[in-house]
Design a protein around this ligand. Structure first.
Ligand code: NAI
Length: 777
């Protein structure tokens, strides 16, 4: 044993291991575990073993859920849902509050169980995960109370299927279950196969607090159990996990109309500007990348540092890295615990090997016996190196440099993901400028990996869609106000113009495509007959040209709401001046509706606000609606003018540019709109219009990677085809019902919500010491 004088000399930490006796006794008493269905545990069967990844020791046997188990759980959830939804908000809120209190009472127990099952250091489960679990249930107890006043007229979706990963097992459960229950839904949740134990302890809490049977059901198992849940025809699926599985689920649900939210992977940038507080930024790396062994979807795993400070930053980083303690997760002084499973460890090492084979140099990152990988980073790494492109999901960052802010942004956005980003600069102007230009759902300025129930969390691009947390998260568990649906006439087979026709005067008018603010003949020159004349038969190439023109119109978003409002008012005014003409070409109602839409969304252009939410003291947390960029909109085959204006005006009011696919059978009236747009100062490329076979054009637009979001009004088959095509880059597809587009329910904030994505920006303020960006809650 060391003498005190020696310890004073070396300042070594001695072991300080948390007692796991109570947890082990609980496991001995209750394992093997069945599923939690209808308020009771089923008899265990078809078991698999959950292990402590730091030692390989078997912790408990758990049951592999079959499709029959899923069916029973869904039935229990269905049975419970009506009664649960019929409780008053206050009553539901009290149940959630009771859960929060019980989680707090059992905080130590749950932290130890989480650490044993997952391998994360106790410091994290005790100081971050479990307090945040309680925080989520408290916060959503409040939303349950306030649902009817804050979301008037909105109803719960019904029974929700929820699939979660292993990196934050109980926290992900809380993120999913709390808002679902607050809104009045019941749930069937499947935890990850590596980490099912805290979900089972949570089931026990539900029982203890007297939550009505069937409101929460938990079925354990692997991906097959998850796949069975996706097949169970539920009212919503919420998934967090890998992009690959997210894409499979999106494809499986295409055309089903099932609401889906996906929270997927990331490869988030960590940008260190030349004027950053480098010590704080290095501490941020610890919070962002080495926290939870790097097994964090929003880890800032691509460090981009200004060349001018790169060498000093790297020195500090190496020094800090050398002091991190890798070891037994239950030891209170461990910084880096175990990787969740040998499979994951091998995945991390394989990516590192591929990265070094491709020329990168690995600093640190040693791995020895057991499921441990030391923190490290890859340097001298080219942009196309596999280590730069793939989500490593381990404690290994990449380190590269930039010279200018523009280059930093280019590198930061050079990824298919868009989950998060961290920016370090002592200049508020620089930091907020970079934050605004990174394409991601969450940005931390001078901090990293901050989470809170009030702060929406979720991604852009291939990091998924939908939000968890706050008002936006609640909305994803409620049915949107619905318009009375109207049947859409099926499109006719286009009759092509014979080239010998059209000279004898029987063709009244010929329209062109509208691309980049100019009228264009379609690629190939084919035209088809429409009432009153001829329309161009747009091709895939025309869609590609339109997307290119729309992508060049980025200045539109930067103009700001006030400037955009003026253009929309001008459109309204010019339409009104030609109201009689438009009424003759369509109908009085359609012409009036078109004018009304332009006025309505001109009014909204500078008023669809975000919020400053009360996530944590000392932090400004802004939730900002941002445009997607390029949107594609497939208009219905009816009311060509009113529907077009109802759909396109909200999209452009929010700063998007649009590729609109016109009503197939009757698009001619839009030719007159071209002149209205031209005379209303609408910049070229903001609205592009393509006519032709709508289904084909919509599929092409949905498959295009530069299109960030898609709206589709039309039949289920058309929607299924569009949703399959959109799966490539996981763009969100919204399918508002066809309706009478001249009525008032064809406008409003619901359209604006689908024309924007929420960006949450965290900014600590006040006199904070360096490194206080710590994720410790
Ligand atoms: P995964 O996506 O396979 O697993 C996540 C959850 O989905 C688990 O509950 C799993 O049982 C379930 N699942 C798997 N296949 C399914 C299917 N076909 N249908 C329905 N549910 C299914 O992730 P995995 O294999 O555990 O990790 C692989 C990689 O995914 C990691 O290395 C990491 O890159 C990424 N990942 C990202 C996470 C995030 O938070 N975004 C979380 C976990 C993993």
């Amino acid at each position: 044993m060391s003498r005190v004088s020696e310890i004073m000399e070396s300042l070594e930490y001695g072991p300080s291991v948390e007692d796991s006796g109570a947890v082990r006794a609980w496991l001995r008493q209750y394992a093997p575990f069945g599923h939690f269905i209808g308020g009771r545990f089923t008899t265990a069967g078809n078991i698999f073993t959950s292990r402590d990844p730091s030692t390989g020791e078997a912790l408990a046997d758990v049951s592999q859920g079959s499709p029959a188990d899923i069916a029973r759980a869904v039935e229990a959830a269905r049975k419970a849902q009506k009664t649960w939804a019929a409780l008053s908000g206050s009553e539901r809120g009290r149940h959630l509050y009771a859960i929060a209190r019980h989680v707090q009472k059992r905080e130590r127990f749950l932290s130890v169980l989480e650490t044993l099952d997952n391998g994360k250091p106790l410091r994290e489960s005790r100081d971050i995960d479990i307090p945040l679990v309680a925080r989520h249930f408290y916060h959503h107890a409040g939303w349950a109370e306030l649902r009817d006043s804050e979301f008037p007229g909105q109803a719960p979706l019904g029974v929700c299927g929820q699939i979660i990963p292993w990196n934050f097992p109980l926290l992900m459960l809380a993120w999913k279950i709390a808002p679902a229950l607050a809104a009045g839904n019941t749930v069937v949740l499947k935890p990850a196969e590596y980490t099912p134990l805290t979900a089972l302890a949570f089931a026990e809490i539900c029982h203890e607090v007297g939550l009505p049977p069937g409101v929460v059901n938990i079925v354990t198992g692997d991906g097959q159990t998850g796949a069975a849940l996706v097949e169970a025809k539920l009212d919503k699926i919420a998934f967090t996990g890998s992009t690959e599985v997210g894409r499979q689920i999106a494809d499986r649900l295409a055309g089903s109309g099932t609401p889906l939210t996906l929270e997927l992977g990331g490869k988030s940038p960590f940008v260190v500007m030349p004027d950053a507080d480098l010590d704080a930024a290095v501490e941020g790396v610890v919070d962002s990348i080495w926290f939870n062994q790097g097994q964090v979807c929003c880890a800032g795993s691509r460090i981009l540092v200004a060349e001018a400070v790169a060498s000093r930053f790297e020195d500090l980083l190496r020094a800090r890295m050398a002091r991190l303690r890798v070891g037994a997760p239950l030891d209170k002084s461990t910084d880096i615990g175990a990787i969740v499973d040998p499979v994951q460890k091998h995945r991390i090492l394989a990516i590192c090997a591929a990265a070094t084979a491709a020329g990168a140099e690995l600093v640190g990152g040693e791995s020895g016996e057991g499921c441990f990988v030391a923190p490290g980073y890859l340097r001298n790494i080219a942009p196309a190196n596999p280590g730069m492109e793939q989500e490593i999901f381990g404690p290994i960052a990449t380190l590269s440099t930039f010279r200018t802010a523009d280059e930093a942004i280019e590198l930061a956005n050079n990824t298919r993901y868009g989950l998060a980003g961290s920016v370090w600069s002592e200049s508020a102007t620089v930091a907020t400028d970079i934050a605004a230009r990174i394409k991601a759902g969450v940005i931390w300025i001078n901090c990293a990996n901050m989470f809170d129930a009030a702060a929406p969390f979720g991604g852009y691009r291939e990091s998924g869609f939908g939000r968890e947390g706050g008002r936006a998260g609640m909305r994803d568990y409620l049915v949107e106000p619905k318009a009375k649906p109207a049947k859409e006439p099926p499109a006719s087979q286009p009759v092509l113009l014979d080239r010998t026709e059209g000279k004898g005067g029987e063709i009244d008018r010929t329209m062109k495509l509208y691309i980049g603010g100019a009228q264009k003949r379609p690629d190939g020159g084919a035209m088809y007959r429409v009432p009153g004349g001829l329309a161009p038969l747009g091709s895939r190439k025309d869609i590609r040209n339109a997307v290119e023109a729309a992508a060049k119109a980025g200045r539109w978003a930067a103009m700001g709401g006030h400037a955009r409002a003026q253009v929309l008012y001008y459109i309204a005014e010019n339409l009104a001046a030609r109201a009689e003409e438009f009424a003759r070409r369509t109908s009085r109602q359609e012409a009036d509706a078109a004018i009304a839409r332009a006025f309505h969304y001109a009014a909204w252009a500078d008023k669809f606000d975000g919020a400053n939410v009360q996530a944590r003291p000392g932090h400004l947390v802004n939730v900002i609606p941002e445009p997607f960029g390029v949107m594609a909109i497939a208009c219905p085959n009816t009311q060509p003018l009113a529907a077009f204006m109802s759909l396109v005006m909200p999209a452009i009011a929010m700063g998007n540019s649009v590729v609109a696919i016109a009503a197939q059978d009757d698009p001619l009236v839009l030719a007159d709109l071209y002149q209205v747009f031209d005379t209303s100062d609408l910049p070229g490329g903001v609205v592009n219009i393509v006519t032709g076979v709508r289904g084909e054009l919509a599929r092409t637009a949905a498959a295009h990677d530069a299109v960030a979001a898609m709206w589709h009004v039309g039949d289920t088959d058309g929607l299924a085809a569009v949703e399959h095509a959109a799966g490539g880059n996981l763009k969100p597809v919204w399918s508002p019902a066809n309706r009478d587009w001249t009525k008032d329910d064809a406008q409003g904030a619901v359209f604006l919500r689908h024309a924007t994505q929420w960006k949450t920006v965290w900014l600590p303020y006040g006199a904070l010491p360096a490194g206080s960006g710590s994720a410790a809650y």
